[in-house]
Design a protein around this ligand. Structure first.
Ligand code: GLP
Length: 260
């Protein structure tokens, strides 16, 4: 696990976008794993700028999103499909038919199995972008998720429902179940970049990076992945004990080809 600590959220977004750029330069048909939530939005804005300035192109790329609520249609403003279209896909040159978001509208269990098959058929995920829940979740793999789980239906924890309630109007239906890639699915990505910013993530970051490997903190599974980069701002890194060591390693590393 490579831990990179930069000054602020803008620097996290910049570096994350440069890692995506580097992936596309090396492999124009990169298969991305993408995340929703507030954290990656600034990075997506940078990717939009890079695309609109013809620095990068997604024309050959494909993408698989981590998760989707069950009970919201694709054109519901709080659905993750809608989020991705508005925040990224509508502004870059990716073929929308090559963007996949789990869709559990009709048969979520079947959709989950088909999603796994589609990822395999695409050759697997080259670069997986992750955010981090305050309770240590990745995707919607809540604490107690099997560390070898596959794409499936998960019940959201009270904490996650509360955290995400800010996106829903008062009285609006908010789903409490979702389809999510499993931890085993995520772990098969060739490279993983996790973004975390702000003090509210610092405890989850501490448990992910320096805690024991445990289903109580699903993100700790990333300790077992051989090419994961954790991109943090100073606030999110605030509780790390070995910060000085990570910064020492960081100084001697080419940040765009990190791993281990
Ligand atoms: C949701 C998503 C996660 C995301 C998390 C954190 O629960 N399913 O993939 O990482 O929110 O979101 P935020 O970046 O808004 O803190």
């Amino acid at each position: 696990m490579q831990v990179i600590i930069v000054e602020d959220a803008a620097a996290v977004a910049y570096l994350g976008a440069q890692m995506c750029r580097s992936a596309l330069e090396n492999k124009p048909d990169t298969v991305f794993g993408l995340a929703t939530g507030s954290t990656p939005v600034a990075m997506y804005n940078q990717l939009i700028d890079l695309t609109q300035n013809s620095v990068i192109s997604f024309c050959k790329a494909r993408s698989f999103n981590l998760d989707e609520y069950i009970g919201l249609s694709a054109n519901h403003p709080q659905s993750y499909r809608w989020f991705m279209n508005q925040r990224l896909f509508n502004h870059i040159d990716i073929d929308i038919n090559n963007t996949y978001v789990p869709d559990g509208a009709i048969d979520p269990q079947l959709a989950a199995r088909q999603y796994e098959r589609l990822i395999t058929q695409s050759g697997g995920i080259d670069l997986q972008i992750l955010g981090l829940g305050r309770n240590g979740h990745i995707g919607f793999n809540e604490p107690s998720s099997s560390l070898v789980s596959r794409t499936r239906i998960k019940t959201l924890s009270g904490e996650t429902v509360a955290d995400n309630s800010r996106f829903f109007a008062e009285g609006e239906f908010q789903p409490s179940t979702a389809i999510t890639m499993g931890i085993g699915t995520i772990m098969e990505a060739k490279k993983i970049v996790l973004l975390a910013t702000g003090t509210e993530k610092s405890n989850a970051v501490k448990r992910m990076v320096e805690g024991s490997l445990s289903a109580s903190c699903p993100a700790s599974a990333l300790q077992m992945h051989e090419n994961t980069t954790v991109l943090l701002d100073e606030e999110a890194a605030g509780q790390l004990s070995n910060k000085a060591y990570y910064q020492q390693v960081q100084k001697s590393t080419n940040l765009l080809s990190v791993g281990g």
